[in-house]
Write a protein that binds this ligand. Structure first.
Ligand code: GRF
Length: 196
């Protein structure tokens, strides 16, 4: 049974997709052992609680320095003894020591078809604003392993989504989440959990 730790920062719709997929059997051989948020009071924490999943907050605001936050975050991660760490909208830079300790065991969902619209500064709505600005006809989402770069690790899964005439960034973000993110993130976890 793969022990999955999910790290979040906000609304948690990707976390919810994972929870739902475990419940429906679209993800097998895996259990969500915990949720870590870097923010207090976000909907992700409510979603975890409603699903009976242990959740906690490790906030940079609670530490005197970034180095102490990094140590605190890694200690909390280790306490769950995860086999796989899933960054589901987690907007904090992962400490290098954590990437070393969990090499090839951290995955991330990014809301574009990497290598387009990714890297430093491309997160959340900014990704979709850039896609609309460029005028691409197809965008989508990518699940990739996390390495020491930004959105640079090996790609696991991608799904394309059409851009429609007149899309706003918000409308495009919603379509990418519904049609791509919420499908390929659970599918990637299932693939890893079952060595597919
Ligand atoms: C999503 O847009 C995802 O692509 C990005 O961060 C956002 C997370 O949303 N990584 P949610 O917290 O899962 O709803």
């Amino acid at each position: 049974m793969l022990r999955v730790l999910v790290m979040v920062s906000g609304g948690g719709t990707n976390l919810q997709a994972i929870i739902d997929s475990v419940n429906t059997g679209d993800i097998t051989n895996a259990e969500i052992v915990g949720v870590i948020s870097n923010n207090y009071g976000v909907k992700s924490l409510e979603r975890a609680k409603n699903a009976g999943i242990d959740a906690c907050v490790v906030s940079p605001k609670d530490f005197a320095s970034r180095a102490e936050f990094n140590d605190g975050l890694l200690a909390k991660v280790n306490s769950y003894k995860p086999d796989l760490i899933v960054l589901a909208g987690f907007l904090v830079v992962i400490p290098e020591q954590m990437i070393d300790e969990y090499e090839n065991r951290i995955i991330n969902i990014h809301p574009s078809l990497i290598p387009s619209f990714c890297g430093t500064g491309y997160y959340g709505l900014k990704v979709h604003e850039a896609a609309l600005e460029r005028g691409v006809k197809l965008t989508g989402a990518t699940v990739h392993y996390v390495d020491k770069g930004t959105d640079t690790g090996p790609i696991i899964m991608q799904k394309a989504v059409e851009v429609r005439e007149g899309d706003t960034p918000k409308e495009l973000q919603q379509r990418v989440m519904e049609e791509a993110e919420w499908k390929i993130l659970p599918a990637a976890i299932n693939k890893i959990a079952n060595n597919l």
